[in-house]
Design a protein around this ligand. Structure first.
Ligand SMILES: NC(=O)c1ccc[n+]([C@@H]2O[C@H](COP(=O)([O-])OP(=O)(O)OC[C@H]3O[C@@H](n4cnc5c(N)ncnc54)[C@H](O)[C@@H]3O)[C@@H](O)[C@H]2O)c1
Ligand SMILES: [Zn+2]
Length: 358
């Protein structure tokens, strides 16, 4: 269960969840005559859309499909408007639910559509990427990008439920799956000792082929539970939820400096955690072993553990200053102390940020 301002909502995790979606809709009070929007993107629709929509239709639910084009560059108000146009043209009613089937991009846009359509219709997340399953589907943040920056338009809109089936990850490209491990390692390092021990034993099989369903199921369960607990405690990100940004200040800046090209989010977060460890060392918050420890986890996950040579601190600076979390020009840094413990600090000289890069 996740606590939110508009009441608690359940999260279900397990292989086979996807076959039971129609049952749960019924269980949650939706009669089988109710129209259901299945929002996805062209890639996910081609792989998983048919089985999900067939099972809904077999149960009696009329399904209205809508697909965004694939990619972060389509996470825009224009895409959202197209989806709204289609649903409004089919005389959408306030009781008709929206199901968002896909990665974080689909989830953020599908969630935003649900939050503004008729001032809010019931939303269900069915995440199909690692990021979707351990992060974006839980916590109620929705939205789109703007030319001024990422995620600048949006809403807090908790779903009615989140249905997480780790077996969706089997079809994810290997590099995407490994990138997701960047976020998984983050959860372990910010406080999940059980996950940390699990990764110590299983990181190779999680990052390798073939897809290890059992290991992924356990990993997703632990991370999703962490996220659920953290956002329940701090929905609006005034305290402990900020810890989830570990690795993200430099990670986002790196993605920005590279023009969101050639680096995946989880890869950038991994390098951001190294930067945080170096800064923590400069501030005397942690020892020099922390950077090496993080590098070893990244290596075992087949993630980059060295900054791209062409990126200098000067390239990152404008992005560090524009960080959404910066108030009066100073970003709250999330710094590692030891494995499983981080601290938040705004007490530093801006010049120390330069020590993040090697
Ligand atoms: N709302 C939040 O709290 C939150 C948190 C973290 C990230 N996000 C957002 O999430 C987005 C990133 O999400 P992402 O990493 O999932 O990227 P994504 O949604 O772009 O998905 C990555 C790629 O995998 C494909 N894909 C998805 N599921 C698949 C499957 N099962 N098999 C094969 N291919 C599949 C997608 O089509 C896409 O090409 C960003 O826009 C970010 O801002 C939001
Ligand atoms: Zn992230």
């Amino acid at each position: 269960m996740v606590a939110s301002r508009s009441g608690p909502y359940p999260i279900r995790v397990g292989s086979g969840i996807r076959e039971r979606i129609p049952d749960w809709l019924v269980e949650m009070g939706f009669p089988v005559t109710r129209k259901v929007a299945l929002i996805s993107n062209t890639t996910v629709r081609a792989i998983h859309g048919k089985t999900v929509s067939d099972s809904l239709e077999a149960r009696g639910f009329p399904v209205r499909p809508f697909d965004f084009p694939d990619g972060e560059s389509f996470k825009t108000l224009d895409s959202v408007r197209e989806c709204l146009d289609l649903l409004l043209a089919s005389k959408w009613e306030r009781q008709n639910p929206v199901l968002a089937l896909g990665g974080g991009v689909v989830g953020d846009m599908g969630g935003f559509v649900a939050s503004i359509l008729l001032r809010g219709v019931p939303l269900f997340h069915i995440p199909t990427t690692v990021v979707g399953q351990v992060d974006s589907s839980i916590g109620g943040k929705t939205g789109v990008d703007h030319r001024e920056g990422k995620n600048l338009i949006g809403s807090f809109y908790p779903p009615r439920s989140v249905w997480i089936d780790p077996s969706f990850l089997e079809t994810l490209p290997l590099r995407e799956r490994r990138s997701g491990l960047g976020e998984v390692i983050k959860y372990a390092l910010i406080g999940d000792q059980k996950l940390l021990r699990f990764l110590d034993d299983n990181l190779e099989s999680l990052s390798g082929e073939p897809f290890d369903r059992d290991a992924w199921e356990e990993t997703i369960f632990l991370c999703a539970s962490d996220k659920a607990r953290i956002v329940s405690e701090d929905e609006r990100e005034s305290g402990v939820r900020m810890n989830l940004n570990f690795g993200h200040t430099f990670g986002h800046a790196l993605e920005g400096a590279m023009g969101y090209d050639g680096i995946l989010h989880g890869e950038a977060v991994g390098l951001g955690m190294i930067a945080a460890a170096r800064i923590a060392k400069s501030l005397g918050i942690t020892g020099s072993e922390t950077e090496g420890m993080i590098r070893r986890y990244l290596k075992r996950a087949h993630l980059p553990d060295r900054w791209p040579e062409q990126i200098t601190f000067a390239d990152l600076e404008p992005f560090l200053k524009n960080d959404k979390k910066a108030s009066s020009g100073l970003v709250t840094l999330i710094l590692p102390v030891r494995p499983g413990e981080v601290v938040r600090t705004r007490d530093y000289e801006p010049s120390v940020l330069g020590s993040g890069l090697d």
